[in-house]
Design a protein around this ligand. Sequence first.
Ligand code: SAH
Ligand code: SF4
Ligand code: F3S
Length: 443
Amino acid sequence: MVKKYFIKTFGCQMNVYDSNRMANMLEEMGLKKATGVKDADVVIFNTCHIREKAAEKVFSDLGRVYLIKQERALEGKDTIIGVTGCVVQAEDKQILKRAPYVDFALGPLRYFRLKEVVEEIFNKREAQLLDTEFSAVSKFDYLPENKAEGGCSYLAIQEGCNNFCTYCVVPYTRGVEVSRPVEEILKEARRLVATGSLELNLLGQNVNSYHGEDANGKERNLAYLLNKVAEIDGLKRIRYTTSYPADVDDDLIRCHKELGKLMPYLHLPIQSGSDSVLKKMNRRHTRDDYLRVVEKLKEANPAIGMSSDFIVGFPGETDEDFEKTLDVVNRVKYIQAFSFKYSRRAGTPAAVMENQIEEKVKKERLQVLQDLLFDYQTKFNKASVGKIMPVLFETKGRHKGQLAGRTPYMQNLYAEADNSLLNKIVEVRVTEASTNSLGGEVL
Ligand code: SAH
Ligand code: SF4
Ligand code: F3S
């Protein structure tokens, strides 16, 4: 019987990339993708530790998988349960205690050992296995060759973060910043395009701090890399995420003017519009620094649409601080954004700061902020009606005969379209719009 695997991914795009690479490894071992946990011989949870809710959900969901494992055991079927990702790194040995039915746990820098680990467990090793080493070796050197995941693929170019924002677990879970060499990235990019990707999204926790070496050992920045990637024939669209405002240099801004393949959309998290909060967050930019960068980007490409992340209720945040965040939103007029209530993370400096904000206040502020953000997002979407946009269809839509894709601005668009248009870029006239999606007709 062919063995099957099921991977559930939590968290950011980096985790999506890692999950895809784990799937590559399992498929090399001859496993096939399962439709759900019930028919899977190997179940992997690739986890996220960023906020308390995300991390706690992992354990409740794992409990459910354990019940299924027991049911399967009654039918004589064995199930291997693995946990990977940032919760593993953060919890370390604790994870095996909190979830004693887990067979293996690999940190985000160690999942390249997956094949070896799964094989060993198939061969009936008894003890649980844990690996959370922050190794000097690059996991990328040990991963199998990947193929396009569809019309749009993620490509990790950088991992880890040295910024140590005081609220954030990422520097502890992903370690220090490491950039992959230019040639290695180009090789992967060419392979992804050759196997069907029209769009590449270059990923990193702090992607614009990229400083990988070229073939001559010279350090190169993200702008250099983007120019090289743009030379790949057959590649139509490039994106990169997530950027740190203080690391946006003039070379990068020039890319938004000169590189036609670079999409007119940038996710540039500010977190807060108040300088005193930004300082306590240990962000290396002020509100004015940020607004200047946005202005320069808009000069480089007047059509650019901005996106951001926001945290409300950071320790010590006053009503005035919060007003300043709303003011930034009114200035930048984001076309999309993600906003969160501050979540206290053990081991981070902000967790022990004075003046933690009450849940009720956080909730109120989040509501006000989101109402404003949704307002701008809806306005932007409504202004798209009547326009003709190139849409990359990525999946089947909710209804039969429908496909779903993305516009250059990352808007979700649904249209009646034949399956043959899947993973293609097609001109679509936008006919309707709501806060979260567009509808259109294929021309
Ligand atoms: N590397 C990216 C993303 C980090 S995590 C960056 O620097 O922008 C994604 C988002 O989660 C962050 O931008 C931040 O808005 C949010 N976040 C991180 N830690 C958080 C916490 N403790 N509470 C609430 N939101 C948090
Ligand atoms: Fe976290 Fe800050 Fe690094 Fe982003 S820049 S990953 S928010 S520490
Ligand atoms: Fe979560 Fe780790 Fe990404 S904490 S947001 S999965 S880097």
